[in-house]
Design a protein around this ligand. Structure first.
Ligand code: FAD
Length: 506
């Protein structure tokens, strides 16, 4: 039997969460003689697979060892976006003077209330992923750890499930950084940080990728002294350099201390402090903090599944091996979501789950490589991207034209006081075919979908110039970038013709 999940603090909100996503009185059903599909893991990938397949009439079993909703609902997107929202309010009040608003009494963050708000909203959202909801959809929900017994059987909580096809959607967990003394000193990860009820005064964040950056900025704005450690020369080093530069400047204005490209030698616990020993450019330094949050790297949940018994190949770092059609090395077994994907996002878990339903149940031949995958880091400003970076195009030998519109030229961004950022679009040289785009803006994630739609729908940049955008919006930056492309079509020869025609018409 699985240990009862305890989501701390076990207040009314977290009890409501558990009531939905791991009901304590849940009785696993009697298994059907044979399932069309057994899905292991009930994060986004597993939930979407199970709901979609059951909706089409399949007999489906869904197996979850911890909380339905997986990382996204419980310890990822949802709680992080809730606290990011509170942290943006802090920044707005901090910057209120610029808007002619005086904040007379000063500003105080009530950290326990910020976290309580997050728990309340997470519990509310958890209804969507609740075990009862999935049962009502006709899915047999089994709570317990799934383990393959053979190529058509899986065991969960003492019951044997027979299947025609199975889907592995077991996701990932945080990696523990290999720093001497860190485990002994104790550290937080995304699995524990959202249980905090007291604000750490000094917080070290290890990892300047998306998760580390989002949480570092949120906690800084909520009042922690934050030091962000990243083993590259700048944060978000996989993103467009100009985008990362803007974000780094924003972090410095927020007062985040950046420790870049330094060696973290060891961690020691002394008198209740956690002392981080670093070496930077030949100099040694000790940084004393109250908590350390590790946000660097994810490890796939492959252990305990008995994958060897069913001939499913996997790698302890890369996860389950799949082909283009998300089929594992056992043709009866598919995988989707973080467990097998390079791009670990909720929306890719969702998209690949939909592919798996078609490929596993209906001889579909959907290919993962055909997906256009956008993503966004929800910092302030946000950094959103889709398609190729300029460096990708260069590596592939594709010549590009790049069009950029700074937000400081966009009326609505000026009016909003949100001028930091840009829209940058790469097209295949001499054409308007969009290859990739990066947007840096306060709501870049909301703006990006227009460009993703253009790529998916094979609409060129010229077409975006013909789309009437409501005025004034920050999304006009996209149209203005497209206008810049259109202007390149006005060659001196064509302009000469126009000038002569218009002179003749006077
Ligand atoms: C802090 C943070 C913030 C994030 N923010 C965003 C964001 O804003 N946008 C975004 O798109 N993505 C975000 N992500 C990523 C997103 O959470 C993941 O991409 C998504 O949850 C992947 O879904 P999944 O179903 O593949 O895996 P998971 O959500 O990890 O679900 C896997 C499930 O399988 C279960 N499981 C594992 N092994 C077994 C077993 N043997 N038997 C039964 N059950 C098992 C686990 O308990 C888990 O519930 C964030 C991640 C983190 C950590």
């Amino acid at each position: 039997m699985q240990p009862t999940p305890m989501v701390l603090p076990y207040d009314a909100h977290n009890q409501a969460l558990v009531f939905n996503v791991h009901p304590l009185d849940w009785q696993n059903p009697e298994p059907a003689p044979c399932y069309n599909l057994v899905v292991i893991g009930a994060g986004t990938a597993g939930l979407v697979t199970a709901a979609g397949a059951a909706g089409l009439g399949a007999r489906v079993a869904l197996v979850e060892r911890h909380l339905l909703g997986g990382d996204c609902l419980n310890v990822g997107c949802v709680p992080s976006k809730c606290i990011i929202r509170s942290s943006r309010v802090v920044a707005d009040i901090r910057d209120a003077n610029q808007f002619g608003i005086k904040v007379l009494q000063g500003l105080e963050v009530d950290f326990p209330v910020v976290m309580e708000r997050m728990r309340r909203l997470r519990a509310r959202i958890s209804v969507h992923d609740s075990a009862r909801r999935f049962k009502d959809m006709g899915v047999d929900v089994f709570l317990g750890e799934g383990r393959f017994l053979g190529s058509d059987t899986l065991e969960v909580a003492g019951k044997t499930l027979r299947f025609r096809k199975a889907v592995i959607a077991t996701g990932t967990r945080p990696v523990q950084p290999t720093i001497e003394g860190l485990a002994e000193a104790g550290f937080l990860t995304n699995e524990t940080v959202f249980s905090l009820t007291e604000q750490p005064r000094r917080l070290a964040v290890i990892g300047g990728g998306p998760i580390g950056c989002e949480l570092a900025q949120a906690f800084r704005r909520l009042g922690c002294q934050v030091t962000l450690f990243h083993n590259a020369s700048h944060i978000l080093n996989r993103e467009d350099n100009d985008a990362a530069k803007i974000l780094q400047q924003s972090f410095m204005r927020d007062g985040i201390r950046l420790v870049l490209d330094c060696k973290t030698k060891k961690v020691q616990k002394k008198n209740g402090n956690k002392i981080i020993h670093i070496e930077c450019g030949g100099k040694e330094e000790e940084i004393s903090v109250d908590e350390i949050l590790a946000g660097a790297g994810r490890a796939p949940n492959v252990e305990g599944l008995n994958l060897e018994a069913v001939g499913v190949k996997y790698d302890k770092r890369e996860g389950v091996e799949v082909n283009e059609h998300l089929q594992t090395t056992n043709p009866r077994v598919y995988a989707c979501g973080d467990i097998c994907l390079k791009y670990k996002f909720t929306h890719t878990a969702d998209a690949t789950a939909r592919m798996v339903i078609q490929n596993a149940l209906f001889w579909g031949r959907k290919k993962e490589s055909a997906l256009t995958i956008p993503w966004c880091t929800y910092t302030d400003p946000e950094v959103a991207h889709v398609g190729m970076y300029e460096r990708d195009a260069r590596e592939k030998g594709i010549a590009v034209d790049t069009f950029v519109r700074p937000l400081s030229d966009v009326d609505r961004a000026i009016a909003d006081g949100e001028e930091e950022g840009f829209v940058k679009i790469h097209v295949r040289k001499g054409t308007d075919r969009i290859l990739g785009a990066t947007i840096v803006a306060r709501h870049a994630g909301e703006m990006l979908s227009e460009i993703t739609l253009a790529i998916v729908g094979n609409l060129g940049l010229g077409t975006l110039a013909n789309v009437i955008h409501t005025y004034p919006t920050q999304a006009e930056a996209i149209k203005q970038t497209a206008d810049a492309y259109n202007r390149t079509r006005l060659t001196p020869f064509i302009k000469g013709l126009f000038t002569r025609w218009l002179a003749w018409r006077r």
